[in-house]
Design a protein around this ligand. Structure first.
Ligand code: GAR
Length: 186
């Protein structure tokens, strides 16, 4: 059985999709949920699902290395970033080479980088009058949204789409493709 840790900063709908998808799996399970925001809804989801959770602080993430210890203690095999806002430190990337995956709600390399998160991404896509957007699932390296791309899936952006309606389309793609792609990688 492979152990998955999810890092998330917000609502956690992707985390929920992954929890649900692997609930009855024979190959993997979500064993740990980590968030840098104590008030994030993803932590309620962890509690409801009976999954161990941990708050990430600057100290335990960057300085003391406690997060790496916790991941090792829980025999974590894969780290999934599902709406996680912080850059991943180099020592964590080294501890999990090619084992950290992120989802981005646009077609990278466009609309990525620091500060490009959630609704801001969709606002920028609508503002630029793009005809298509989509999701990118990629490996994580030391920079924001730069690691090797695993899969991209596109959707059309209609002239009357708003950031919210585009976000809804993207969430549907995320639900359809993210857990399945993780399963393939395992
Ligand atoms: C998702 O759409 C995810 O792709 C995006 O944040 C949202 C989190 O939603 N990630 C990024 O923007 C990363 N730069 P959720 O908390 O409901 O899963």
């Amino acid at each position: 059985m492979k152990n998955i840790a999810i890092f998330a900063s917000g609502e956690g709908s992707n985390a929920q999709n992954i929890i649900d998808y692997f609930k009855s799996s024979q190959t993997a399970m979500v064993s740990l949920i980590l968030s840098n925001k104590p008030e994030a809804n993803v932590l309620n989801r962890a509690k409801n699902a009976g999954i161990e959770q941990c708050i990430i602080t600057h100290n335990n993430f960057h300085e003391s290395g406690q997060i790496i210890e916790l991941l090792k203690e829980n025999e974590i095999d894969w780290i999934i970033l599902a709406g996680f806002l912080w850059l991943i430190p180099e020592n964590l990337i080294k501890a999990f080479p090619n084992r950290i995956i992120n989802i981005h709600p646009a077609l990278l390399p466009k609309y990525g980088g620091k500060g490009m998160y959630g609704m801001r991404v969709h606002e920028a896509v609508i503002e630029a009058k793009e005809k298509e957007s989509g999701i990118t699932i990629h490996y994580v390296d030391g920079e924001y949204d730069k690691g090797k791309i695993i899969i991209q899936v596109k959707c059309t952006v209609e002239p009357d789409d708003t950031p919210q309606s585009l976000a809804d389309k993207i969430h549907m793609l995320e639900k359809q493709y993210f857990p399945k792609t993780i399963e393939t990688l395992l």
